[in-house]
Design a protein around this ligand. Structure first.
Ligand code: HEM
Length: 238
């Protein structure tokens, strides 16, 4: 029998879906700024394996010569990103949602089991909780990354006024590199997150939009002494 199960509170869904376009625009405008002084690469000595980014990349996406526009967008949206993130963290802390989200001691072992399951080396089903260990680790990490982006961003935005912060983060050059590395981290998180959402399917995705999931529960025996099965309209938290 199918039952409706509440999964994601309305507030969390708003914070999540607002965060996505804001973060995407922050990365986009960040690239407009980065173009003006694109110093990072993967390599050693004179050998470069990967340059962030080749001119063809900026040209393809019309990202060149937009430093001033990039700064304007970036510095407006950072307030939205910061406020949305702060409210999300406050809501998660006060509503008790943190209990589903924060990793526990078993999360690391479970995350490894999820990896084995996802590559087809483990057949046992994953734990039927709201978030498994891998999700707890990934989501908590990305929230901490958000805080990291704000701090490193502030350190390079106001390195004089917030000199103590810039110094604590290793100086201007280090803070800038940390800010850039966190952005690469979001892109990697995003790729894995989307792949997992596609893999988990429509029921899981709809829950992040509408708030509920449809679950199959075994039907109770029809004897009069048997406890009543939940009605299809029952809404329960996992
Ligand atoms: C880079 C942008 C994104 C970030 C940082 C992000 C982050 C997160 C976080 C932290 C959660 C856990 C929320 C909670 O319950 O407190 C979450 C859940 C979720 N996200 Fe995202 N997300 C992003 C983009 C997206 C996109 C584009 C989609 C869909 C196409 C998506 C679909 C989902 C779904 C379906 C869940 C629930 C997962 C589940 O219940 O198993 N996210 N995301």
């Amino acid at each position: 029998m199918k039952v409706v199960v509440e999964k994601h509170p309305l507030a969390i869904r708003w914070f999540h879906w607002l965060n996505f376009p804001v973060l995407a625009l922050m990365i986009w405008s960040g690239l407009w700024i980065y173009w003006a002084n694109d110093v990072y690469r993967l390599g050693w000595g004179r050998t470069t394996l990967l340059k962030f980014f080749p001119q063809s990349f900026y040209a393809a996406f019309h990202m060149d010569h937009k430093l001033a526009q990039g700064m304007s967008w970036h510095f407006v949206l950072m307030w939205v990103f910061a406020l949305n993130g702060l409210l999300y963290v406050l809501y998660t802390a006060l509503s008790g949602e943190w209990r589903y989200l924060l990793p526990t001691r078993r999360s690391f072992r479970e995350a490894w089991q999820v990896v084995l399951h996802d590559v087809g080396l483990r057949k046992e089903p994953l734990p039927p909780r709201k978030f498994n260990g891998a999700q707890q680790l990934a989501y908590t990490t990305v929230i901490l990354m958000g805080a990291g982006s704000l701090l490193t961003g502030l350190a390079i935005y106001k390195p004089t006024q917030l000199g103590w912060l810039t110094t604590a983060l290793g100086g201007y050059e280090w803070a800038r590199a940390e800010h850039f590395a966190l952005t690469i981290g979001y892109v990697l998180f995003f790729l894995v997150h989307i792949a997992q959402v596609v893999r988990a399917g429509w029921n899981n995705f709809r829950a992040m939009v509408a708030g509920f999931e449809i679950q199959d529960v075994p039907t109770a025996p029809t004897e009069t002494t048997a406890p009543a099965a939940p009605s299809a309209a029952t809404a329960v938290r996992p």
